[in-house]
Design a protein around this ligand. Structure first.
Ligand SMILES: NC(=O)c1ccc[n+]([C@@H]2O[C@H](COP(=O)([O-])OP(=O)(O)OC[C@H]3O[C@@H](n4cnc5c(N)ncnc54)[C@H](OP(=O)(O)O)[C@@H]3O)[C@@H](O)[C@H]2O)c1
Length: 335
């Protein structure tokens, strides 16, 4: 089968299409005929070797973290899926393998895709959709009337975050450039700050929580816009001790490393009376089924910016890496 293979860490040329054997499905796995795979910044960060401290792969490895397709075959222990089912998944951490004609997916990571979507639209949901759900509902615990700040609302995660925050009943303030304004307004953002013309820290205050998608200076400024007792959840800043213990299930060594690495950020947060949390999202078929139900109920819709044929996967990566995507970038594996 054709697959995008990472042979060493580096620039765009280290990931290429190759013919490789089909993956073997274990007893609890579903062999999926992949129709479309979503791209995420984690894909190029992995290729660059940036994530080696938390996630090492033995190379060569098939890339890709999320997919939609049809069930080709099921392992003996698989109870919830049957051949021909239309499914989608965020691949398990440490596995990848979505950018290929076939992928073996543990049934726990898999769900039936929304009935109302095609494969390309469904493939754009799992990683960014689960990240937004876990950050806003489980970490920030948004509820009706909560006020949340989401810097970077026009991208892959942001477009889900705005919709999920609105579904939870929150009031949403976000940032976007003029290129993204119409999109974030259509998704339900109550207040939009043009980050190319205004400093959000001059206009945003007393938020119950913030969901940072940009890291760096933006994250640091988020501590000043959340009221005392609130929380700033980031997926783009520096991991902290809970990231190691809760999200990665790792021991005291990585916990201590993250304690040191996040010390300055946690101190800044504490000075402002807020809590800093770095979330490393987790795959979950059960939570994906919740997202599918939201889509079929008309409460959530993936925003697909561009789709590319598999032969142009390098161009798809380059487009995502430009940092300008509006919603998701998806690769059609088989038409
Ligand atoms: N920890 C985890 O589990 C986890 C999970 C998912 C994602 N992430 C991370 O979360 C980050 C966001 O991911 P993504 O998929 O949303 O990325 P993305 O789709 O590439 O984000 C691109 C968007 O960001 C906007 N943007 C860029 N600079 C901005 C700024 N200064 N202010 C406001 N908006 C800005 C761009 O809008 P304009 O073109 O209009 O500027 C564009 O629409 C990445 O770092 C990713 O690795 C982490």
């Amino acid at each position: 089968m054709r697959a995008l293979l990472l042979t060493r860490y580096g620039g765009p040329d280290v990931a290429e299409l190759h013919d490789v054997p089909r993956p073997e499905a274990g007893p609890d796995d579903v062999l999926v005929r992949v129709r479309a795979a979503g791209l995420n910044p984690v894909d190029f960060k992995t290729r660059q070797g940036m994530l080696k401290p938390v996630q090492r792969y033995s190379l060569p490895v098939v890339m890709g973290n999320e997919l939609a397709g049809t069930v080709e075959a099921c392992g003996r222990g698989v109870t919830r899926f049957a051949a021909g089912d239309r499914v989608f998944a965020r691949m398990p951490k440490g596995a990848m393998g979505a950018l290929a004609e076939y992928a073996a997916v543990p049934q726990d990571a898999l769900a039936h895709m929304p009935a109302t979507l095609d494969f390309a639209a469904a493939a754009g949901i799992p990683l960014a959709g689960l990240t937004a759900l876990q950050a806003l509902r489980d970490e920030l615990k948004l509820m009706p009337g909560s006020r949340v700040f989401i810097p970077g609302g026009a991208g892959g995660v942001g477009t889900f975050a705005i919709q999920i925050a609105k579904w939870l009943g929150a009031e949403v303030t976000t940032t976007a450039s003029p290129r993204g304004r119409a999109l974030v307004e259509r998704l339900g953002a109550d207040t939009v700050i043009d980050y190319t013309a205004q400093r959000f820290e001059d206009h945003v205050r007393d938020m119950d929580g913030a969901f940072d998608l940009l890291g760096g200076e933006t994250l640091e400024k988020c501590f000043g816009v959340v009221k005392r007792g609130g929380t700033v959840v980031s997926v783009a800043g520096m991991p902290e001790p809970l990231t190691a213990r809760k999200d990665l299930g790792r021991g005291p060594l990585l916990t201590a490393l993250f304690w040191i690495a996040s010390y300055r950020l946690r101190a800044q947060a504490a000075k402002n009376g807020v809590t800093y949390r770095y979330l490393f999202m987790h795959p979950s078929g059960a939570e994906l089924a919740e997202l599918a139900a939201l889509v079929d109920d008309g409460k959530l819709a993936p925003v697909i910016d561009r789709t590319f044929p598999f032969a142009e996967v390098a161009q798809a990566f380059a487009y995502l890496e430009s940092g300008r995507a509006k919603g998701k970038v998806v690769v059609n594996i088989q038409d």
